[in-house]
Design a protein around this ligand. Structure first.
Ligand code: AHR
Length: 323
């Protein structure tokens, strides 16, 4: 009986190893505990803090001995953090790459070291590294669709004749900045009422968003729509608008992405129009996907997260669950 069980386990393990190997990916054995690396890019906003907390909160129930690092806003440090995790012998790597290109060597190095990597929340340049080959899978939202949904809400809800838009972009070279710009710009510019008069990075940060908005307001005093690639920059923009004597929500429509507590409060207060959700709670999904992979399942190249939309109609219903 014992022998048969052992044999069956060995066959299953062999099949699992060969499935991963056939795809050219490092295998992952099923076991009680895993040494897991989570390489955070920065901790300068509530979204990042919520994401890191989600990994810590998941660790015990998923059997993770978690090594979590913070690259403090530097892609170079994030590469070094991954190097250090590889040296510490992690079994699995969860990586939100700060930018699309600089983290590619880290992804390839993890693979060469036999460590399965899951990209979490942000992706890398698909021409340089591919899911199912260089890393197992990308777990995250459809950023192009998020931008498109903000544009569609704006088209439906903007009351004026001419929409003069300032766009606050996320971190230059990051997948959400690239994709949220594409999704929004392509859709909004199909409607002749709208013009994007300026588009500049605020690095996904509240204070930089405020500073950039202050400068752009001087160059474009006729702005009546602000599209920010995340809520932190939207809140910064609201501060800049108020300092300049403008009335966000009345003479300027502010629209954004994420679903943070401050953004939902701004919607309830009438200062913001909409935020399309981008969930930071990746811990449970990371655990489930890793376990499926360890069990020998072929993981889809993109494990897509569905996003809700928060508007004046439902923001109050969701503020208690926001971060
Ligand atoms: O990658 C997701 C984005 O990164 C979130 O929208 C933003 O708040 C974060 O910094």
């Amino acid at each position: 009986m014992k022998r048969t069980l052992l044999l069956a386990t060995a066959i299953a393990l062999g099949a699992m190893t060969s499935m991963a190997a056939a795809a050219g990916l490092p295998p992952l054995e099923e076991k009680e505990r895993y040494k897991v690396g989570f390489s955070q890019m920065e901790s300068n906003n509530p979204w990042r803090i919520a994401e890191t907390k989600s990994f810590h909160d998941t660790a015990e129930s998923c059997g993770w001995d978690l090594i979590a690092t913070d690259a403090a806003g530097s892609a170079a440090k994030q590469v070094a953090d991954v190097d250090s995790m590889i040296a510490q012998g992690i079994d699995v790597l969860f990586l939100p790459p700060r930018e699309e290109k600089p983290l590619i060597p880290a992804v390839k190095k993890a693979k060469a070291a036999g460590i399965p990597t899951f990209l979490v929340d942000r992706s890398v340049d698909p021409n340089a590294a591919k899911a199912g080959e260089d890393y197992v899978s990308f777990l995250g939202s459809d950023f192009i669709d998020q931008g498109k949904r903000v544009a569609e809400w704006t088209i439906e809800n903007f009351k004026g004749d001419k929409g003069v838009i300032v766009e606050l972009e996320g971190t230059t070279g990051s997948s959400p900045a690239n994709d949220r710009k594409k999704g929004f710009d392509d859709r909004i510019l199909q409607d002749e009422r709208f013009e994007i008069v300026a588009s500049q990075t605020g690095d996904f940060a509240r204070d930089l968003g405020r500073q950039v908005m202050e400068t752009l307001l001087q160059a474009h005093p006729d702005v009546n729509i602000v599209y920010a690639h995340n809520d932190e920059m939207a809140i910064g923009a609201i501060q800049a608008l108020e300092l300049a004597g403008r009335k966000p929500g009345e003479d300027v429509l502010v629209v954004s992405i994420d679903g943070t507590r401050d953004a939902l409060q701004a919607i309830i207060d009438g200062k913001m129009g909409v935020t399309v959700e981008s969930s930071p709670f990746f811990g449970p999904l990371a655990c489930a996907t890793m376990k499926r992979y360890a069990a020998g399942e072929t993981i889809e190249p993109w494990v897509q997260v569905e996003d809700r939309i928060f508007t004046p109609e439902n923001a109050a219903d969701h503020i208690d669950e926001a971060y």
